[in-house]
Ligand binder design. Structure first.
Ligand SMILES: NC(=O)N[C@@H](CC(=O)O)C(=O)O
Length: 432
């Protein structure tokens, strides 16, 4: 197949030849030969996004999301690789639980990785013998699934992962720094007042100190504060930011109510702006969604009883592209490419993905950046049927391709292709 005259993220216009699973050539005026020609003139072509932080909820909670619905949501949002987190039921803390989850992941339309978790009764030997994407998210405080662990166990886990050559990702909050006074309140903002910015900064500091003592490298998941980002970055560690911490703040909680409860929570507008600056200027390494669907019925509870988490995998790239299109923001299309594809592939060592270059997997997304669409929860593919970004503008894919197969075509009667997603750690990772 020949994709003709696409505009790449850097603004250049190129033809892209896809042969089998891979990109065979990128150039000007490539000969079509026997290839099917896909006209992309006037459209932008991006490398498929790699979302290193999703919760697809199987096994255990298929009423919230399944690998089928979650991967459809991802494909419709231009995400071609997802990495699932371990707080399922059973939690992914031993080899058997990994194998069980991998069977569910066979339902995925798109490529995937599975992270292994750490609890007091984890089995590092069998877990680290599997083709894990990373060890993580390792919870330093309780969140959905109550997998918070203490510092000693965290240090042991960093040692075990480093020895096995597996990266470590960390959910960094320190529960001893939560503000118990906020417990007396019952408004939606009480959650943000409770799980403080100081709690994140303290946990990032502790996790980075443990890693540095061991010459290990860790990745801090969903950093929500400029303080946390700066501590991690100065310690030589990598960070991710979610679309909700980039675009929403405590001032949105009146409207969102418990739909805006997540861990770490939304921060003040002044902090959000500083997080945005750090995403735009390259201090933050990547955007990942922490796609954490819960049903509306589950969210319909008091701020103390509602579950934490928001969906996001389907709206990440559309929201970022709309930001890049807006001349009043410092985000460029190239920066969006780096945040969603090039840098996650480099940091987590997935060399077959993340760029539109010969030899890489043909994971591609075509968008028309001249048009935006208003986001509405009910029209999304995620099974939970709501979004914290209701009413925001997004630029959604016309089609999404995984390893040369169109898995989502917005104009088709049945927009979704067949399920043939595979574990990105099964590939040898060698470029041609
Ligand atoms: N982020 C959240 O608020 N929730 C996540 C768990 C997590 O990543 O903390 C979930 O699984 O629901």
């Amino acid at each position: 197949m020949l994709i003709r005259s696409a505009t790449l993220p850097d603004g250049s216009q190129r033809d892209v030849r896809v042969s089998g699973d891979s990109i065979a050539a990128v150039g000007r005026d490539l000969e079509p030969g026997d290839d099917r020609v896909l006209d992309a003139a006037g459209k932008r072509l991006f490398p498929g996004a790699i979302d290193v932080h999703v919760h697809f909820r199987q096994p255990g909670y298929p009423h919230k999301e399944t690998w089928e619905t979650g991967s459809r949501a991802a494909a419709a949002g231009g995400v071609t690789t997802v990495v699932d987190q371990p707080n399922t039921d059973p939690p992914t803390v031993d080899g058997a639980a990994f194998d069980q989850k991998a069977e569910f992941a066979a339902d995925s339309l798109i490529d995937w990785g599975i992270n292994g978790g750490v609890t007091a009764d984890w089995d590092p030997d069998s877990l680290l013998a599997r083709r894990l994407f990373a060890l993580g998210e390792v919870f330093l405080a309780d969140s959905t699934g109550d997998m918070g662990i203490d510092t000693d166990l965290f240090a042991e886990a960093v040692d075990a992962a480093t020895e096995a050559g597996v990266p470590v990702t960390v959910h960094a909050e320190d529960a001893t720094k939560f503000n118990e006074d906020a417990r007396a309140r019952d408004d939606a903002d009480a959650w943000s007042a409770y799980r403080t910015a100081e709690a994140e900064a303290a946990a990032v500091e502790r996790a980075c100190a443990i890693a540095r003592d061991r010459d290990a490298r860790i990745h801090i998941a969903h950093t929500s504060t400029p303080e946390g980002i700066d501590i991690a970055s100065e310690a030589g560690m990598t960070t991710e930011v979610t679309p909700h911490h980039l675009l929403l703040s405590r001032k949105d909680l009146d409207e969102l109510g418990t739909l805006g409860r997540m861990n770490p929570p939304l921060r003040r507008e002044s902090r959000r702006r500083k997080v945005y600056e750090r995403v735009a200027d390259g201090t933050v390494d990547m955007i990942a969604t922490d796609h954490a669907p819960h049903t509306r019925a589950e969210k319909d509870a008091s701020i103390w009883d509602a579950p934490s988490g928001v969906p996001g995998v389907e709206t990440m790239l559309p929201l970022l592209l709309a930001e890049a299109r807006d001349p009043d923001t410092p985000l460029s299309y190239e920066r969006v490419r780096d945040l969603t594809a090039a840098t996650p592939a480099a940091v987590f060592d997935v060399p077959q993905k993340g760029a539109i270059e010969p030899g890489r997997d043909a994971d591609l997304v075509l968008v028309d950046t001249t048009e935006t669409t208003e986001i509405g929860g009910e029209a999304l593919q995620t099974d939970c049927g709501w979004t914290p970004f209701e009413g925001f503008e997004g630029i959604f894919p016309e089609w999404t391709m995984v390893r040369g197969t169109v898995v989502y075509d917005a104009d088709a009667a049945d927009p979704f292709g067949a399920h043939d997603g595979q574990n990105v750690r099964d590939a040898d990772g060698e470029l041609l």
